[in-house]
Design a protein around this ligand. Structure first.
Ligand code: ACO
Length: 430
């Protein structure tokens, strides 16, 4: 009989083949697209044209990651996301983003041990989570609260040296899967599952969420969760990453920065979109209704969840990977395949119409929900899963900025009166 690790290895092979194929297509289609810039040497001051929503603003330089919006490529520290997703453990990618390069065998082993050593969740956090009213509280609100509680338990929280904050970052990265799994199970009044210290971050996360060893009919669940975590780990100066850096730049504690980043990610224009994609697909309900639904959405100027991006003006590379993985997972489930077919048709229509007119394409959130749903996870938990991964980018970039910290402090143009006369309260009339 095969061991669990042998089964996981087989799953990784199947998934690697799917990703390599998606990467080959992506490279063939986009290799010749010229580099759009925002790379190379950089020093302040910089001249930039700003638009609403800080479009065009440059916060500084980074060695962590690069979103090439014209090609639809994503790099973490120089490595293409396709190569990382096809070949790495999520733990290697955490190390890469936090320390600057991929670990060797010994470094990885030591780092994995360290993460496992930090996995356990203090009982008081679980107690607080159990007191949060369900089901009306969104799991992201519960997650935000849990991180806040963790901060109160850490006597070193206010040491804002890079080394101390990195240690907090690693602890939080290790603890987040367990916290999210606890939130999921408490919401459903299920018994909490003890962490499995003998398996990978991805395996332990799925196991503590579902209570079952992540071995499905194709043996690919662990591999796919591993890939999903890699794909979501970092993504330029997105809203939540920027929020985290802004908060951290006041030299507050890392927990406060992560609480803020979670609050940002929760929003439907950001990470909260993945959950809403599923509701949208369920609302459409049938592949024969996609065209009519899309026509109506266009006529009523409805936002299509999981489409569009501030930076990508091409197909999101993460979507290129998640799409065939969603299909593979759905193959054995007619209900999921029905949703996948609706998604694929909508994707096709949007690319043909809005892709041409406005360069709007699917983003990472469009197919991730389908993947998570096929792994047996409820829609409300999709955005917390995003946080389990993105905490790596949040902390890596906050730490990078901290090394040459200057408080983030932009301005706004004042458009009010300049010399208003104060009227005593008893004489004010409105
Ligand atoms: N559906 C329909 N039209 C869209 C969409 C969409 N999803 N996204 C952009 N557009 C249109 C806008 O209406 C606008 O059209 P106009 O020029 O005729 O007014 C044009 O494209 C530009 O869009 P903006 O809203 O200015 O783009 P912005 O960069 O501000 O917003 C955002 C980007 C928030 C991602 C937007 O595309 C959106 O709301 N998408 C849906 C939500 C979503 O999927 N969010 C997840 C993003 S990925 C992530 O954060 C993990």
């Amino acid at each position: 009989m095969k061991s669990r690790d042998e089964i996981f290895k087989e799953g990784r092979k199947v998934v690697k083949k799917i990703i390599d194929q998606a990467a080959e297509t992506a490279r063939a289609e986009t290799d010749n697209v010229p580099e759009p810039g925002l790379t190379g040497d950089f020093t302040f001051p910089v001249k930039a044209t700003l638009n609403k929503g800080l479009e065009g603003a440059i916060t500084g330089s980074t060695g962590i990651g690069y979103v090439n919006g014209e090609k639809g490529w994503l790099l973490y520290r120089g490595y293409n996301i396709f190569d990382l997703a096809a070949n790495c453990d999520f733990e290697e990618v955490i190390y890469l983003l936090l320390y600057g390069d991929l670990p060797d065998v010994h470094e990885l082993e030591a780092f994995k041990k360290k993460l496992i050593g930090y996995r356990s969740i203090p009982e008081v956090v679980i107690d607080v989570l159990k007191k949060i009213p369900t089901p009306h509280t969104h799991p992201m609100a519960a997650l935000r609260t849990a991180i806040s509680v963790l901060g109160t338990l850490d006597a070193t929280a206010d040491d804002c040296s890079v080394d101390a904050e990195r240690e907090v970052a690693i602890r939080l990265i290790a603890q987040l899967p367990g916290v999210v799994a606890a939130i999921a199970r408490i919401r459903e009044h299920k018994r909490l599952v003890p962490q499995d210290i003998s398996c990978t971050h991805a395996c332990n996360f799925l196991y503590t969420m579902t209570g079952e060893s992540p071995i499905d009919i194709n043996n690919i669940s662990e591999a796919i969760m591993n890939v999903a975590l890699i794909l979501h780990a970092d993504h330029g100066m997105n809203n939540s990453t920027f929020t985290g850096i802004v908060i951290n730049s006041s030299l507050t504690d890392m927990y406060s920065s992560i609480v803020g980043a979670i609050g940002s990610l929760k929003g439907p224009l950001h990470g909260g979109a993945n959950e809403r994609v599923l509701y949208m697909l369920e609302e459409i309900g049938n592949i024969n209704k996609v065209e009519e639904w899309f026509k109506d959405a266009r006529a009523t100027k409805r936002k299509l969840m999981g489409f569009g991006h501030r930076v990508y003006k091409a197909y999101d590379p993460r979507g290129r990977v998640l799409k065939p993985l969603a299909k593979k997972l759905a193959e054995d489930h007619p209900d999921f395949m029905k949703l996948y077919d609706i998604a694929e048709k909508l994707d096709d229509l949007v690319c043909k119409k809005l892709g041409k007119e406005k360069r709007i394409f699917p983003n990472v959130d469009f197919y991730s929900g389908l993947v998570y749903r096929s792994l047996g996870i409820k829609s409300a938990m999709f955005t917390p899963i995003f946080a389990v991964s993105r905490i790596v980018g949040w902390t890596a970039r906050a730490l990078e900025y901290l090394q040459t910290n200057r408080i983030m402090r932009p301005r706004a143009v004042y458009t009010g009166d300049l010399k208003k006369k104060l009227i005593p309260i008893e004489k004010r009339k409105k």
